[in-house]
Design a protein around this ligand. Structure first.
Ligand code: ZN
Length: 247
């Protein structure tokens, strides 16, 4: 006998199964990433139609069978509909889903990751913060959550607290002028250092309440991109599309 339980979840991925059914990858709050069968979800009169699309967030009632999970019912909380208003916003949204899918684990509490994804999608919809800044904030916060916290307190190599003007990607932290001898080093101004520190320390709900000058954004982008490349061995389709075509 299986059991039914309910959980808040975000649809990260949908796959068509035959003519009528779907398989969904959900990021759930308490149980991490789950693959769930949604019977009949493709039918036009299905009760799952509005809760089985990408970006749907809601309360999902799941049945755990011997080998799989299936969807029993769901109540939609948000579909992030306006993310689809622009191709840029949509692509960043897809990147958030793709990245979340890649780093989340099955049967693991992913409360923070889910919260970060939801707050980030909300920001894309609001269209108040630059998409480039949203991407960098998301990347740095996500890396911090999964164990790659960028070190910003003192030189990560010699512990000095003076002349901290660069960031060493391989060492994962700020470095002083005397320790600059590596190729994986990026220039980092004081403002960029504060911004990184702010992102790693603030609670998720307060992450997207600031903007920065253009030179800081450029430095921040360089560093967050390089940190993702160094620590996450995957290239994300949505981001490649964005980099080559839009941003
Ligand atoms: Zn040093």
């Amino acid at each position: 006998m299986g059991t039914e339980f309910k959980t808040k979840a975000l649809v990260l991925h949908e796959m068509q199964i035959g003519d009528y059914d779907k398989r969904l990858i959900l990021l759930t709050k308490e149980h991490g990433k789950l693959t769930v069968f949604a019977k009949g979800a493709k039918k036009s009169n299905s009760k799952f139609l509005s809760v089985s699309q990408l970006f749907c967030y809601g309360e999902y009632h799941l049945f755990k069978g011997r080998n799989n999970y299936s969807l029993n019912k769901a109540e939609l909380i948000d579909s992030f509909h306006s993310i689809r208003k622009s191709i840029e916003g949509l692509s960043v949204g897809l990147y958030i889903l793709e990245f979340s899918e890649y780093v989340s684990m099955e049967n693991h509490n992913e409360q923070n990751l889910l919260k970060l994804a939801i707050y980030t999608l909300k920001q894309i919809e609001k269209d108040r913060v630059k998409l480039e800044l949203i991407i960098s904030i998301f990347e740095i916060k996500l890396l911090s959550l999964i164990g790659y916290l960028p070190w910003t307190q003192s030189c990560v190599i010699c512990n000095s607290s003076e002349k901290l003007n660069a960031f060493n990607i391989k060492a994962g932290g700020i470095i002083c002028d005397s320790c600059i001898n590596d190729r994986a080093v990026y220039k980092m101004s004081e403002g960029t250092r504060y911004t990184i520190e702010y992102i790693t320390k603030q609670p998720i709900e307060k992450l997207y309440n600031f903007s920065v000058e253009d030179y800081i954004l450029l430095e921040l982008q360089d560093i967050s991109k390089a940190l993702v490349k160094e620590n996450i061995e995957k290239s994300f389709k949505a981001l490649e599309f964005l980099n080559y075509n839009l941003l």
